[in-house]
Design a protein around this ligand. Structure first.
Ligand code: PHE
Length: 356
């Protein structure tokens, strides 16, 4: 019995893994194991012999079982230790930075403008950035000799030698979308058209590409008074405070009468604040759509009339969000974009709030 004990206790201590341990268990204390077979022999013994051998065999069986259990636990511990060593993770390392892009202030302001006008029943219309002379000028009552063509510093596309058709232009304003919409839907019309426009100009307040939003409302009895209300309503919603407007008589070939519109501001402390003070900032051109323009768009000026306006988006973005230099808008400088950009999932709405 002592031999049996030594054999198994040593073998268990030396077992390399769980399957080896299981094999030893079967060999020693399994149904047909060596210890079990020994126990079966008890029946053939004399009572005296049995009294000594029985408890001894039981004790041996217990000892082997607990050696098996202890070794099993030790193997499991060792396996866990090994795993912990290979799967080691330094939780003090800084996380991987996933930088999120931001919404450009121009896009943000376009969304804000769209939300405000949508609430007043204006749909969004669009037109091409490469336009014909007709849509950009003639249809808007700007004839070939008109100084406005020269004033606008137009970019012309290149034509092949001998091709005498008039060149296309990069649209100098969003007003051509007025004509395109008139042609497409007829009157009545209530639209805005935000988009890119181009003029050959570059200094602190001018970039060769910039953004405008056009407005057009045509109906049977739409007047300058409606224009004034709509614009005042817009500026107050946009700047989040009541904003006084000033209409100055002006001239555009495509509106009659025409007005340039200023908004109230103060320059106190060196920064501009809209909606207070008694200075004025020019932000848009507007007027009653010229009968010739309605005609060019296929609308009967005896039946319909209405107002149009064109506003600089970059300008009002600078005013609202305190951005000093227009040129930086289009430099694609990541530091600028991160500083002035907006959270991508934070869409401006009238119910969620327009100002960020
Ligand atoms: N198109 C004009 C501009 O770019 C603005 C304007 C639009 C004026 C509509 C009157 C009516 O300056």
């Amino acid at each position: 019995m002592e031999d049996l004990r030594n054999k198994y206790i040593e073998a268990i201590a030396a077992a390399a893994d769980e399957p080896a341990l299981e094999e030893l268990r079967v060999q020693a204390v399994g149904k047909k194991g060596e210890v079990s077979l020994k126990m079966r022999e008890l029946g053939k013994m004399t009572p005296e012999e049995r009294q000594v051998a029985g408890p001894a065999l039981n004790a041996l069986k217990d000892e082997i079982n607990s050696a098996l259990a202890a070794k099993k636990a030790a193997l499991a511990d060792a396996a866990l230790d090994a795993r912990l060593k290979t799967e080691w993770l330094d939780v003090t390392l800084p996380g991987r930075n996933r930088r999120q892009g931001t919404i450009h202030p121009v896009s943000q302001v376009m969304d804000e403008v769209t939300a405000i006008f949508a609430d007043m029943g204006f749909a969004v219309a669009e037109g091409p950035q490469i336009e014909t002379d007709w849509y950009n000028f003639d249809a808007l009552n700007i004839p070939g000799h008109h100084p406005a063509r020269a004033e606008m510093d137009t970019f012309y596309t290149h034509r092949a030698e001998g091709d005498n058709r008039p060149p296309h232009v990069l649209r100098t304003h969003t007003s051509p979308v007025q004509i395109r919409t008139m042609e497409k839907t007829g009157a009545p019309i209530r639209i805005i058209c935000p988009g890119r426009v181009y003029r050959a100009d570059y200094d602190q307040t001018h970039t060769p590409m910039f953004h405008q939003v056009e407005g057009l409302a045509l109906g049977k009895d739409i007047s300058m008074a409606n224009l004034k209300w709509v614009l005042e309503e817009f500026f107050s919603a946009f700047f989040g405070t009541h904003v006084e407007t000033r209409f100055r008589a002006s001239h555009f070939p495509f509106t009659e009468p025409s007005a340039e519109v200023d908004i109230q501001c103060s320059w106190e402390g060196g920064t501009v604040k809209v909606g207070e003070g008694d200075d004025w900032l020019e932000v848009l051109g507007s007027g009653m759509v010229h009968p010739k323009v309605l005609e060019a768009g296929g609308i009967d000026p005896n039946e319909y009339q209405g107002f149009a306006f064109g506003m600089g988006i970059d300008r009002i973005a600078m005013l609202k969000y305190g951005i000093p230099d227009l040129r930086a808008f289009f430099d694609s400088d990541l530091r600028w974009l991160r500083h002035y950009g907006f959270a991508p999932l934070d869409q401006p709405t009238l119910h969620g709030g327009l100002s960020r």
